[in-house]
Structures are given as structure tokens and as C-alpha cells.
Design a binder for this molecule. Structure first.
Ligand code: BJW
Ligand code: ZN
Length: 234
């Protein structure tokens, strides 16, 4: 069984999603300014403040019943978790095989020599523009996440393609299914005759093609999903 998760699975832990109309992050900032290489080159202080703020926020949240349910499925099946999220809530809930397609907000590195940064990071309860730390090589320290226009980490991508291609069922939870190449993974499963179940309170571009849809929040749907699978798929 393979789970593809997006921001919606962490919404009930208090991590804001990106595209939800009123509460989403993109209702307040321009995604291409704050999460793209061009934005970073133009005003790193702004991007740095925004990521330090999200780093601070994510340090203070806990996994919810959705993350915990996915971890508990490992008692019954081989579960692979492919996540677009940069939080670590799947791991903290106990999932063993987690592939981070868009990197991690708990890792930082130099934007020039790529060296990992181990230094202290300030608490940032509100995004306030601030200078980024500098690497020995003169490069700037950035979060180890994947911005628009950047390639996904090769190893995580390959493991995700394998996990989807070898799954008996793919559960797609809490993603708007518009950011590629991640959004191509359910399409890959369907093309291989693998059932895809979408868990999302709102319709997405995947909904019509999915084998079944569960229109419930993740923390409500996932704890009983395994028992409901036979009837959902019949
Ligand atoms: C609930 C819920 C609850 C609410 N329970 N559900 C055409 C084809 C292919 C690619 C492209 C294309 N046009 C442009 C591209 C490129 C681009 C792209 O896809 N753009 C589209 C937006 C058009 N893709 C890229 O640039 C990617 N790289 C790439 O293609 O590289 C090629 C390359 C190769 C070689 C060299 C160079 C380049 C990279 C994409 C990186 C995305 N990065 C971000 C930021 C990560 C860091 C950070 O966290 O800040 O990733 S953007 C943002 O979107 C983040 C997310 O992971 C990603 C997906 O968002 P997600 O998770 O789906 O969240 P939302 O908010 O959109 O949706 C939440 C959903 O939850 C909603 O549906 C709610 O209803 C639901 N929900 N509450 C369950 N309680
Ligand atoms: Zn460096």
C-alpha cells in the first residue's frame, strides 16, 4: 500500500495548507516570490523570514489521527509514504518508509557548495525580514526544500515511483493534485491498473479519474479507512 500525502494531512495538526482559499499560505504571499529560485535570488531576507517562521510553527505541532492511522497500517501491510510535506509528522507518528519529494524544513544547506548547515536557528514567531547566515564559501544558508523550477531529490523520486508502481492500492490524501511531478504519481498508478483512493474534503483535478473518493478530512477518514477499503473498492 502506498500513501501520497499533501498539506491537507497536516492541516488538523495546525500546519496551514498552501491553496485553501481563506486559510492557505498563498492567500497572503505570492508563491513564485516566496517559493522559487528567482524569489530567493531577488530577496533572500524575505524568503528566509518566511521559512524560519514556518520552521518555528512546525516545531510546535504534533501528528494527528491521520498521521497515526497511516503509521498503524504498518501492522497489517507494507506501507510506503510518499509525502510532499516538509514537516516530519509522518516520521513522528511512527511511519518507517517516508520519501520526501519536496525536501525537509528540518534541514538547511548552503545554496552554493550544498554543505549541510548545523548552526543555531533563531525562533521566528512572526516572519520578520532578517539576514540569512553565510557559509564559509560565501554562499547563503537556505532550507533544504524544493522550490518551483528545481528538480526533486533523485533518490526520493525513484523510491516513490517504485512504491507507486508496486502498490496494490494508492491512497492520495490532502493534496490539491496540481503540482507536478508529484501529481503525476496517481496518474501512473491508474495507468498501471492500480486503484487510487482520494481522501480530500474538496474536489481536485484527480477526483474524476480516481477509483473512489472519500470526501472527509484526513483525521476523520484515515482511522477507519483500512476496514472500509473492501466496500470502497467493491
Ligand atoms: C484536506 C484537509 C484535511 C484541507 N484533510 N485534506 C506542467 C507539467 C509539469 C510541471 C509543470 C507544469 N507547469 C509548471 C510545472 C512546474 C511546477 C508545477 O508543477 N507547477 C504547477 C503549480 C503548475 N513544478 C515544479 O517546478 C517542480 N519541479 C520540476 O518540475 O522540476 C523540473 C526540473 C527538472 C530538472 C531540472 C530543473 C527542473 C517542483 C515543485 C516544488 C513545489 N514546492 C512547494 C514548496 C515546498 C517547500 C515548502 O513547503 O514551502 O511544495 S509548492 C507547494 O505545493 C509545496 C507543496 O508540497 C506543493 C503541493 O501542495 P499540496 O500539498 O497539494 O497543498 P495544497 O495547499 O495545494 O492543497 C491542500 C489540499 O488539502 C486541498 O486540496 C484541500 O482541499 C485539502 N485539505 N484540509 C484532507 N483536513
Ligand atoms: Zn557553502
Amino acid at each position: 500500500m502506498t500513501v501520497l500525502s499533501g498539506a491537507g494531512i497536516s492541516a488538523e495538526s495546525g500546519v496551514p495548507t498552501f491553496r485553501d482559499v481563506e486559510t492557505g499560505l498563498w492567500s497572503k504571499v505570492d508563491p513564485y516570490e516566496i517559493s522559487s529560485t528567482q524569489g530567493w535570488q531577488r530577496h533572500p531576507e524575505k524568503v528566509w523570514a518566511w521559512y524560519l517562521w514556518r520552521h518555528y510553527l512546525m516545531q510546535g505541532v504534533q501528528p494527528n489521527d491521520g498521521h497515526r492511522a497511516v503509521a498503524a497500517w504498518e501492522d497489517h501491510a507494507e506501507v510506503h509514504v510518499v509525502t510532499q510535506n516538509v514537516d516530519n509528522l509522518h516520521e513522528r507518528a511512527g511511519s518507517q518508509r517516508v520519501y520526501h519529494l519536496h525536501g525537509s524544513l528540518f534541514e538547511f544547506r548552503c545554496d552554493r557548495c550544498q554543505d549541510e548547515y548545523q548552526g543555531e536557528l533563531p525562533d521566528m514567531p512572526e516572519p520578520v525580514e532578517t539576514e540569512t547566515p553565510q557559509c564559509r564559501c560565501g554562499g547563503l544558508i537556505r532550507p533544504n526544500v524544493v522550490w518551483f523550477g528545481e528538480a526533486l531529490p533523485e533518490s526520493a523520486w525513484q523510491k516513490s515511483v517504485d512504491a507507486v508502481g508496486n502498490a496494490d492500492v494508492v491512497i492520495v490524501v490532502g493534496t490539491s493534485s496540481i503540482v507536478y511531478p508529484a501529481a503525476g504519481l496517481p496518474e501512473l498508478a491508474l495507468a498501471n491498473g492500480i486503484p487510487v483512493i482520494e481522501v480530500n474534503p474538496e474536489p481536485t483535478p484527480l477526483s474524476n479519474a480516481a477509483t473512489a473518493t472519500v470526501r472527509e478530512p484526513a483525521a476523520v477518514a484515515l482511522p477507519t479507512l483500512l476496514q472500509r477499503l473492501p466496500s470502497i473498492l467493491s
